[in-house]
Design a protein around this ligand. Structure first.
Ligand SMILES: [Fe+2]
Length: 218
């Protein structure tokens, strides 16, 4: 009859080492399986485009529909944009800076390179949000509109507390993007991963929209 008695201390050292190695070889994959991190696909990057601010507005908060000191608000459909910033292992990244810039309701960027009219001087054009401990960010802006052959889009840049930045663009589900020069140059599947679905935002302005978009850094 066999009994599972401990190894006698007199057992040759080589054999004990072999058994320890065998145990390690058996347990290591289990330990790895237990601690295996969630691996998220990084958000595809997109070109910065020509209208990242050269000079930043004095008011650069996360509400692009209201410039401090002005009574009037921006024209356009209010859009409440929220989301998270994650690392690839699924960790929410707090204290990350999220920049948002986009055109106004007339398709104008508030940039020296886009000085046409009409233009909504009550639109902030650029804003910044900082993620909380849960990696969450929030903006109030307007639903983007098409301009110069480009479909509606939001430009975002994420600067984590450490590590590389992400610059990309977010598109809206249901908007036509055929022939877009930026998306035409993107790899297959990029549009699907950069598309956000909008829904009515309850409890806010009539017609306001809500959209959520999570950003995963490399
Ligand atoms: Fe743009």
């Amino acid at each position: 009859m066999f009994s599972h008695s401990p190894l006698p201390s007199s057992q040759p050292v080589r054999e004990r080492r072999t058994l320890r190695a065998l145990a390690a070889a058996t347990l290591l994959p289990m330990a790895l399986a237990i601690s295996q991190p969630t691996v998220l696909a990084p958000t595809p990057s997109q070109p910065e485009g020509p209208f990242y601010p050269k000079t930043f507005p004095a008011d650069r908060d996360s509400d692009l529909t209201q410039i401090a000191g002005r009574a009037a608000r921006a024209i356009g459909t209010p859009l409440y944009l929220t989301g998270h910033v994650f690392a690839r292992d699924g960790r929410p990244l707090g204290n990350a800076t999220v920049e948002l810039w986009q055109c106004d309701v007339h398709g104008r960027y508030h940039h020296a390179g886009d000085d046409g009219l009409p233009r909504d001087d009550n639109f902030q054009g650029y804003g910044v949000a900082t993620t909380d401990a849960g990696g969450r960010y929030a903006f109030k802006t307007i639903r983007p509109v098409p301009y110069s052959g480009r479909p509606p889009h939001l430009h975002v840049r994420v600067r984590p507390a450490s590590g590389p930045t992400l610059t990309t663009q977010i598109y809206i589900a249901g908007d036509g993007v055929e022939g877009d020069i930026v998306l035409s140059a993107a790899s297959r599947g990029t549009l699907e991963r950069l598309t956000m679905t909008l829904a009515p935002m309850s409890g806010r302005e009539t017609g306001a929209l809500a959209g959520t978009f999570d950003l995963v850094l490399r």
